[in-house]
Unconditional design. Structure first.
Lengths: 163, 151
């Protein structure tokens, strides 16, 4: 009789709607454990709440499932990128076996190469020398062209004098 | 060059599909009741369902009834909307289900609790009513809708 009163009190409804206080939650969990009729009534209410939600359901547009699957894969990829470093740190004490179970070895190709830092100055020197050679080549080219023009002019003068 | 990568099994597509078929339309209806915007609701549906599957379903962390947990999780994710004062708008896209069966006070109480997670004490204060009355109205509203659904 007492349990029927509790069932009708509205306690189950506040619990199922997610607004019960901590005290009410503990009471519901205790009653659920001790009284099968309370547990049955609660389960029925939870089921009915799903039916109510189904009555208010809206069908998602096509393609939504694909978007969700893509989003989940994206989240997993991000987590995989973050976790390896952490996992190694925590697995140290448990030995190598754990890390072997958690990791697989794959062949990876890198497009980068490693060189000594001293090579930096060599590259700088090559660059500067290249610039100097370029400037010198331009200078001598212009000089040469000017000399050629002067020779031409002299030849013309000489021809005119011989006439 | 050998490189170690984390050996985590990817999410079972079948599980996701089952979960989607079971709850996606219910959740979209629920989100639409909170957000009151169909376009935004669809965007939230993708984000919320994805993170719930990843954080709760695949981790097997769920202790409550799954729909109850999903509803509470959604309320937590949509705090920006649930924190606001609730006004139920009658939009063309909202599927109101059996809400039309409720009288004005019952509908206000039900929607404030169901969609916005407002507590009994908060509603008693803002509606200038006592807590017992609010609790009764909530129970009456749920009973009415359950009866209309044939339960």
């Amino acid at each position: 009789m007492e349990i029927n009163k509790i069932i009708e009190s509205g306690l189950m409804e506040t619990y199922v709607m997610g607004i019960a206080t901590e005290e009410e939650i503990q009471k519901v969990l205790s009653l659920k454990k001790d009284y099968p009729e309370f547990r049955d009534a609660l389960e029925q209410l939870e089921f009915d709440m799903e039916v109510l939600a189904q009555n208010m359901a809206i069908q998602p547009p096509p393609g939504t499932l694909a978007k969700i699957e893509q989003e989940i894969n994206e989240i997993q990829r991000q987590n995989q990128a973050i976790q390896p470093a952490k996992a190694y740190r925590y697995d140290d004490s448990e030995g190598q076996k754990t890390s072997q179970e958690r990791y697989i070895e794959v062949e990876a190709e890198s497009n980068q190469m490693r060189i000594n830092k001293a090579w930096k100055w060599v590259f700088v020197a090559v660059f500067v020398l290249g610039k100097i050679f370029l400037a010198t080549a331009i200078y001598f080219y212009l000089e040469n062209r000017q000399a050629q023009e002067q020779i031409k002019e002299l030849k013309i003068e000489l021809k005119e004098k011989t006439r | 060059m050998l490189k170690a990568v984390l050996n985590v099994p990817s999410a079972e597509p079948k599980d996701i599909r089952w979960f989607y078929n079971q709850y996606a339309s219910m959740l979209l209806g629920y989100i639409n009741g909170i957000v009151q915007d169909h376009q935004k609701s669809e965007e939230h549906l993708v984000t919320i369902l994805s993170s719930f599957v990843k954080e709760v379903i695949l981790q097997e962390k769920s202790k409550l009834n799954i729909w109850m947990e999903l509803r509470q999780y959604t309320q937590g994710k949509l705090k920006l909307f649930t924190a606001k004062e609730h006004h139920l708008k009658s939009t063309g896209t909202t599927n109101k289900g059996n809400l039309d069966l409720l009288d004005d006070l019952q509908r206000k109480v039900f929607c404030a609790v169901y969609y916005h997670g407002k507590s009994i004490s908060y509603l008693a204060e803002t509606m200038h009513n006592n807590e017992t009355e609010i609790r009764n109205q909530l129970k009456l509203a749920i009973d009415k809708m359950r009866r209309a659904s044939g339960n």
